[in-house]
Write a new protein. Structure first.
Lengths: 321, 202, 355
């Protein structure tokens, strides 16, 4: 199978717009059975079919991992994006049948941690919702710091502060409230693990600050769903399949390969898991590596590419597929 | 010079480095015997570091000359103890109330480095974040895989388990959790045929 | 299907015997007439009916006897089963995986009834009837990993996935081919494989790890590994090596067919969902050379493999001293005829021995 994981047929059983930007979706199994259990931080890849194109977007599971009757995700509408979130917001209705993947976790907690310190920005709150439920059930210490624009857009801020008043701290950007990160990170007990999920800028800021304060790399965890960026079109030749086609401006290399009818392996579709790693036979142009998977020397050597997020700036790339 | 170049070996065999100054509010340094020289070298690279350094020093064979010199590099705190095992409760207490960002430096024999590293990793510091530098004796801590007893200061291969008396050959396979190399019965397949003991690394 | 369980021993008087059924389904680990390491992983999604691959956790005639032997090993050395504190959730994952799989795959022997967290497990062959609360350790006689692996054939290495690596942080290891859980617990994938010769330079472990890290729930994988053991001794642990090592010297040209065993490990690899860890079951199958050579293709093949195996491998696998005697014995069952690719016996199509 091309996906490194199994697919599940589901029905959309609830849609709740939480605020201007964020809508919550609930999925239940079409065949009435139980959904697979999962570990907090996992995501599911949702298939969206529209006008002949299939889009696959990962969304963090925010429901309780122990609840196998339904999965819940929250989608933030991105008007500038490639259309996945718009599709979810505009085209999906209660009762619709969709296909989602089994859960995959690329943002797992370190279960040895003495304390889990969580920093969320905006829609980045979603994986922590599931992780907190898991920690409450299994007895783990956590503390959440959640930055969002304002109360209206503070998805779930109310629910979280009500459920865990001493452990949840919310900061509204509009009110000029900001996480005093240096103060927060200073004085954390040895054995604390730090988790950050949110916009790229926030992730970079937290990682850099933690590093400067001497936090070891292995104690800082982050998840960033890299959406494939658009870029200039380029040609692809698949040596094994003997096919040649073009990758469109708003289409990822992986999507173009799939559109050409080739079953290429993939898993996270976000440049993090390594499953889609493909050998480059030849490249007339520069490979734009946008993944977190390949080593620096591998990127420099130009003999490998992660088609889910990376592109060519140039004429044609020949792949061993 | 008390440095030794260990021959390259299997991937589970620890590899030691050279201590380098790191930025941070609190630095914990643990050394035994000639490991003090690595701390002198470190102080020479960054004297100001010592103002934020807690040193636990275990002299070997009562050699106190290093202890006096360590005072001269003006650490925030210097503790000179009679042995590593006597220092363990103190070390655990220090780690218990330490904070993220603590930098740990270990210098001296493999046994000291391995055991102190176990305390630090148990407290939550990833082992790759802990700096190590070997100085002094190359004797090994060996665990007998048969009786689980640890024999200290092993310098020959094979050697006799200090607990169950079996003759054990020295493997390079190393456990961070036990802070020791593995010793396995050398004459299991030909009982009584024990090869003559050879000095390690000769 | 009903299985006739053997009453047999894997120590002392060694009454272990394979029935014809067990011989016919034995997993020969060689698909060609020579052997070298490879990342020989494949999907673990069933196999030919009656084969060892068909079920998720294969149960055979040795089940009860193996569990009795395990209990003896643990009574003598409890350190063969250990779980670092953060691995309890993974232990529940494993318990769930085995109970669900076995009750579905062998409904005549195992039953699992679940009412929310109130579970009821029935293991007919071992006469176990246990009610307990899932995720509540206090309601089981042992921790979850120990509880269920005392009832399942094979060893179990339970791994935590962190920092792009796998860490052996728990396990039930009583039928191992000479490695120590007590020593290796806490090591990562490269470290616990450190003693294996040649494979590291070949990049085998780097490629294997990448594959394993991406294994997902519901899509397990498998591979075969092998070594040789004198006598059908399951507990070939380093802990007891000073007791069993000397058995290697009891091999003679007259008894090599009876006493020399090929020992094959079916290694499977499952993702554990609640903990995001993994479990590596290592299922051990033993066959005496004299039984193996009753299959003409296998006799021909094994002779060629053992004759040509590299010195480092024969040394690491512990049979270097007996290798000449083994090769001499097997030579009697190799008529030089070609063998077909693949591990299956092909009794219908492979020609009988023509010596």
């Amino acid at each position: 199978m091309s996906a490194g994981t199994t697919k599940i047929g589901v029905t959309v059983t609830d849609i709740v717009p939480l605020n201007d930007l964020v809508t919550r979706f609930k999925f239940e199994r079409r065949d009435g059975g139980l959904l697979p259990t999962f570990s907090g931080g996992a995501h599911t890849v949702v298939e969206m079919k529209a006008g002949g194109t299939t889009r696959l977007n990962p969304y963090s599971l925010m429901s309780d991992p122990a609840d196998q009757t339904a999965y819940t995700i929250s989608v933030r509408r991105d008007d500038e994006g490639r259309g996945g979130s718009l599709f979810m917001h505009r085209n999906v209705k209660i009762g619709d049948e969709m296909v989602i993947s089994y859960p995959v976790n690329l943002f797992a907690m370190d279960l040895r941690a003495r304390k889990h310190l969580m920093i969320a920005g905006g829609i980045g709150i979603t994986p922590f919702m599931a992780q907190i439920k898991q920690l409450v059930a299994t007895g783990g210490a956590f503390e959440l710091h959640y930055a969002c624009r304002n109360a209206a857009l503070g998805t779930y801020a109310d629910d979280l502060t009500k459920a865990h008043p001493a452990k949840v701290h919310v900061y509204f950007d509009d009110d000029k409230q900001a996480i005093d990160l240096e103060k927060l990170l200073d004085g954390q007990p040895l054995g604390t693990h730090l988790y950050v999920c949110g916009p790229k800028g926030m992730i970079n800021w937290v990682r850099k600050t933690a590093e400067g304060l001497g936090w070891p790399e292995e104690t800082v965890h982050y998840e960033e769903f890299l959406a494939p960026q658009s870029g200039k079109p380029f040609k692809v030749r698949l040596a094994q399949s003997d096919l040649e086609f073009e990758v469109g401006e708003h289409q990822s290399l992986l999507e173009a390969i799939e559109a050409a009818g080739v079953d290429a392996p993939y898993l996270c579709r976000g440049g993090a898991c390594g499953q889609c790693e493909t050998d480059v036979i030849e490249a007339d142009g520069e490979i734009l590596h946008r993944d977190h998977w390949l080593e620096d020397d591998e990127k420099r050597a130009g003999k490998k590419i992660m088609p889910c997020v990376s592109r060519l700036e140039g004429r044609i790339i020949v792949l061993d597929r | 010079m008390s440095t030794f170049e260990f021959p390259p070996s299997i991937i589970s065999r620890p590899v030691y480095g050279t201590l380098a100054p790191r930025s941070g509010k609190h630095h914990l340094m643990i050394a035994d015997g000639e490991g003090a020289e690595a701390l002198f070298d470190l102080a020479a690279k960054d004297a100001a570091l010592m103002a934020r350094a807690d040193i636990i020093y275990l002299p070997v064979e009562g050699d106190v000359s290093y202890a006096e010199k360590l005072r001269d590099i003006a650490p925030l705190n210097l503790y000179v103890g009679p042995s590593y095992s006597a220092a363990v409760p103190r070390l655990r207490r220090v780690l218990q109330s330490a904070h993220m960002g603590l930098q740990v430096y270990l210098a001296g024999t493999e046994g000291l480095i391995g055991q102190a590293m176990f305390e630090a990793t148990s407290a939550g510091i990833p082992h790759n974040a802990i700096q190590t530098e070997h100085r002094g004796s190359v004797a090994r801590r060996m665990q007998c895989v048969h009786c689980k007893g640890i024999t200290e200061n092993v310098m020959t291969d094979p050697f006799v388990c200090a607990h169950c008396g079996l003759h054990l050959f020295v493997r390079d396979h190393y456990s961070r959790r036990i802070a020791a190399y593995q010793g396995v019965c050398v004459d299991a397949e030909d009982p009584g045929n024990v090869p003559p003991a050879v000095r390690l690394y000769s | 299907m009903t299985i006739q369980f053997n009453e047999e021993t894997f120590r002392d008087d060694y009454t272990f015997k394979n029935s014809q059924w067990a011989i016919d389904r034995f997993p020969l680990p060689f698909h060609e007439d020579s052997y070298m390491y490879s990342v020989n992983m494949e999907q673990h999604q069933g196999g030919p009916e009656g084969s060892i691959y068909e079920k998720r956790f294969d149960v055979d005639e040795h089940y009860i006897a193996e569990m009795k032997d395990r209990a003896l090993v643990l009574a003598d050395d409890p350190l063969r089963c250990q779980s670092l504190p953060h691995m309890t959730l993974a232990g529940w994952d494993l318990l769930e995986l085995i109970m669900v799989s076995k009750s579905e795959d062998y409904p005549d022997m195992f039953e699992l009834h679940r009412d929310g967290n109130k579970w009821h497990w029935i293991n007919k062959p071992l006469a176990i009837d246990q009610k307990f609360v899932f995720m509540d350790e206090a309601t089981l006689p042992y921790g979850p990993m120990e509880y269920i692996t005392r009832q399942t054939q094979g060893d179990f290495a339970v791994l935590d996935q962190r920092d792009e690596n796998l860490w052996m942080d728990a396990g039930m290891i009583t039928t191992q081919a000479d490695w120590s859980l007590d020593f290796d617990i806490g090591m990562n994938f490269f470290e616990w494989h450190a003693p294996v010769p040649k494979a590291h330079e070949m990049g085998i472990f780097k490629r294997a790890l990448k594959f394993l890290l991406n294994i997902q729930q519901g899509v397990p994988a498998r591979r075969l590994n092998w070594t040789m053991t004198v006598n059908p001794l399951l507990d070939t642990s380093p802990e007891n090596y000073h007791k069993w090592g000397v058995q290697k010297t009891t091999l003679t040209p007259e008894n090599v067919g009876q006493k020399q065993y090929l020992r094959v490990e079916l290694q499977t690899f499952f993702r554990l969902p609640r903990s995001n860890g993994m479990v590596f079951p290592i299922r051990c199958y033993l066959i005496a050379l004299e039984d193996l050579v009753t299959v003409p293709k296998w006799g021909r093949r094994l002779h060629r493999v053992i004759r040509d195996v590299p010195v480092e491998l024969a040394t690491y696998k512990g049979f270097i001293d007996n290798q000449p005697m083994i090769v001499d014995y097997l030579a009697k069952f190799d008529d030089g005829l070609p063998t077909s690719d693949g591990i299956w016996p092909e009794k219908a199509t492979e020609p009988p021995l023509n010596m």
